[in-house]
Every structure is written in C-alpha cells, then in structure tokens.
Design a protein around this ligand. Structure first.
Ligand code: GDD
Ligand code: MN
Length: 402
C-alpha cells in the first residue's frame, strides 16, 4: 500500500549512543518540546502494535493530552510491524515510527528512539502488552513526586510475574544475583534491575554515551546516568497474547558480557582491574623478552631482567594511557603532555624495576625460589606499587585543557 509521504518514518540516528540536550525547539508544530516520550521497541509484533498504540494513547490522553509522543522503533520486522504502525499514524498524531535496517537489538533500539525524542522525560515499554499500560500513570506519579527515574518492578508490593515456569524465575533471579555480585552499586539500586519498563528524566542522561549489550537497558542507564532519586511501582508481568518472546541464550550471554564491560569501566575498582589487565599483558611481554635475552642472547640475569622490564613498561604505558586512564589522558592531549606522562610513568616503574630486581634476587638467591617463579611473584608485588604511585603521580589531573 503506497503510503502518503505526509506520514514519513523517522530518520534513523547513527554513530554514538549519546543522549543530548533537547535541541532548541520551536514552540509550535511538529518539533515543539514535549513532557514525555515513550519508546516502544518492536520486533515481530504485528499482532500487538495496534492494540498497544490504542491502549497507550487512551491512558496518556487522560494525563497529558498533546504533550507526549509514542515512538515505535522497529528492526525491520518481517511481519511488517513497522508498516502497520505507520498506517496508524493518521489516527494517532502523537505516534512516530522508526524502521531500522542495519542496527539491531532491543537496547540500542530504545536509545535510538531516545535520541530523536522531544520529551523532557524518556520512557520505555515492551511492545507486546506484557507491561500493563495502566502502570504508566503510577510511574508518572513517581516522576511528578520529584523522582528522577520511575521503574515498574515485579518484585515490590503489587508486583508479580504471573505464572512463569520455575526455570524462568530461577534464570531471572539468578541473573539478578550475578549482577548484584559484579555491580552491587548499580544493580542493587532497584528491586527489579531486569525490568524493561521505566521512565527517566532526560537531564540524568545528557552527555552520557551509552553502550549497552542485549536486553538490559535499565542497568546501562543506572550505571552511566546520573540518577539521584528512583521511585518504584509494582506491576504484574502479563502473559503474551500474540507472538513470542525473542529471549534466547544469547541474551543471557550478552547480559554477562554487559556486566563485565560495566565492571571494567566503572570507578576505581574498574580502573585497578584495567591496570591489572594491562599489567598482565606486560607480564607476557616481560617474560617473552626475558626468555629471548636469557636463552637466545645469553645475556646476564640482571641485565635481562632490566631490559625485559623496560620493554614491558613501554607496552604498559601505551595501554594505560589509552584505556586505564584514557578518560584522564584525553583531558590532557598533545605529544608534550603524553611524553611527560611517559617519563613520570617510567620513573615510577624504574623504581618498580629496582624493587623487582631486588625481589628477584632475594627470592632466587636467598630463598632458592625457581627463577621464573621469583620473577612472577616480584612482578605481582610491584604491580600494586606501580598502580598506586601512577594514579597519584603520572595521571593525576593537573593542567587539564579547558
Ligand atoms: N527493536 C527491537 N529489536 N525490539 C526488540 C528486539 C530487537 O532486537 N528484541 C525484542 N524486542 C522487543 C519485543 O518486540 C518486545 O516488544 C520487547 O522488546 C521485549 O521483548 P521480548 O522478547 O518480549 O522479551 P521478554 O518478554 O522476554 O521480556 C523480558 O525482557 C524485556 C526487555 O528487557 C523481560 O525481562 C521484560 O521485563 C523486559 O522488559
Ligand atoms: Mn515480552
């Protein structure tokens, strides 16, 4: 069916998944600012899309008529979900539709929708009616009470998962437990971190570049956003009437990868872990060069130790400057600054080499330890020394470019 151009699909954003300030919008017409933008990610929801648009519109018209938008972000569903949604537009002027061809995935669909959204508050709801639309008004009530975020939870009063199988309950709670272990400061902030039904003030996300994996967009927002106050409301996760869940083992694997990626990128522990990962790579460089010098060049023990350690230092500086302390280095760009950091890093590490050489000789000559084990133990001891001193000296934020 040829559809009149007056109901075009939304342009699909590309590039980084950064949420920006609302562009200066005119106060009239199609690009005026709104109070609320609700993203509905869809994949093969042809049987649900008309129903959910109708139910959401009916409910939101009672609360904020003309001040909200529904944005369906469909990943080129083979059942034509996006076309059905587009044909609904004449009847629902607050409905906008995005059809993605290249990029796929639930959480990036939500973020791309937020990137074109005009609302001060950004929300997400599943497109399969498993999230009761009427819960929206309770969520909005939390925002009106001053909440920065409002999450629909299956694990607070009034919440439940209808008649999920034991396996599904076990998997969901198991995933939550792993999240609490790896990211207690993030996953522990809400009772249902697996929820995909929530709303958040745009100001909490402005300037944040999100990099989610898989389904769990809420964890990404909690980890990278600035969300002081979170309200929760209970809801009953409904059974599907049409279509089926797209959750596969891949979503669980993505979830674990997502947790690990966040663990590695958040806070001082994340930095220490990154420093340790870089140091670990340096161990291989150090040991390989040490082996070459000792076995193939027949160089003496001390000179082999020092030379191999120096090569490893250079390797470690490069990775630490790019990754471990990348956020600080990028504030201090330029060759001269980088050379200064390298010289400080080298000085700290040279002290570490001296300490390492003393330890290797102590362990090898005094305690009779195997030379390679002595080297490994010495490296581990010096790594902590290096991290702490480098954090305090080499990458301390000094003259940051304004
Ligand atoms: N655009 C897009 N692209 N939408 C998707 C994709 C995708 O790759 N995969 C799934 N969706 C849409 C579905 O159409 C549905 O609207 C919603 O995302 C949830 O997908 P389901 O496959 O129904 O997931 P579920 O029923 O197992 O729900 C679980 O995950 C949801 C998302 O986190 C539960 O944990 C829910 O609480 C949660 O909201
Ligand atoms: Mn579902």
């Amino acid at each position: 069916m040829n559809f009149p151009q007056s109901y075009p699909l939304l342009p699909v954003p590309s590039g980084s998944l950064e949420i920006r300030e609302l562009p200066i919008l005119s106060q009239a017409g199609d690009d005026r600012p709104l109070r609320f933008s609700l993203i509905i990610p869809t994949y093969k929801e042809a049987g649900n899309v008309a129903k959910i648009v109708h139910q959401l519109s009916t409910i939101l018209d009672t609360e904020m008529p003309g001040e909200y938008e529904l944005i369906i972000v469909d990943d080129n569903s083979p059942d034509g979900t996006w076309e059905i949604a587009q044909q609904l537009m004449p009847e629902y002027p607050q409905l906008r539709v995005m059809r993605r061809i290249e990029e796929r995935g639930l959480s990036t669909a939500v973020i791309r929708g937020w990137q074109v959204a005009r609302g001060e508050v950004l929300g997400v709801i599943d497109g399969d009616l498993q999230h009761p639309p009427e819960t929206l008004l309770k969520l909005w009530g939390e925002i009106k009470r001053g909440g920065d975020m409002a999450v629909a939870s299956r694990h607070v009063e009034g919440g439940s998962v209808s008649d999920w199988s034991f396996v599904r309950r076990f998997l969901s709670r198991g995933a939550q437990t792993v999240g609490l272990i790896l990211l207690p400061g993030v996953v522990g902030r809400v009772s249902d971190p697996m929820s995909g039904y929530f709303m958040v003030r745009r100001k909490c996300l402005i300037g944040c570049t999100l990099s989610p994996l898989g389904y769990k967009i809420l964890i990404e927002v909690l980890a990278r956003g600035r969300v002081p106050w979170i309200g929760e409301v209970g809801y009953e996760f409904q059974e599907r009437e049409e279509g089926e869940s797209k959750v596969t083992a891949q979503q669980y694997i993505d979830y674990l990868r997502h947790l690990l990626r966040l663990r590695l990128s958040l806070g001082p522990i994340g930095r220490l872990i990154r420093f340790g990962v870089v140091g670990f790579s340096g161990v291989f460089v150090d040991m390989a060069v040490f082996y070459l010098l000792r076995i193939h060049v027949d160089l003496g023990l001390t000179r082999s130790t020092i030379l191999s350690a120096e090569v490893a230092i250079f390797n470690n500086f490069l990775w630490n400057d790019l990754w471990t302390f990348g956020d600080i280095s990028r504030q201090q760009p330029g060759k001269r600054q980088r050379l200064r950091r390298f010289l400080k890093f080298n000085t700290v590490c040279l002290a570490g080499i001296i300490l390492q050489t003393l330890l290797v000789n102590l362990f090898f000559n005094v305690f009779g330890m195997d030379q390679f084990l002595a080297k490994l133990v010495a490296i581990a001891s010096v790594t902590i020394w290096n991290f702490w001193l480098n954090l305090k000296l080499s990458w301390r934020v000094t003259d940051v470019k304004k």
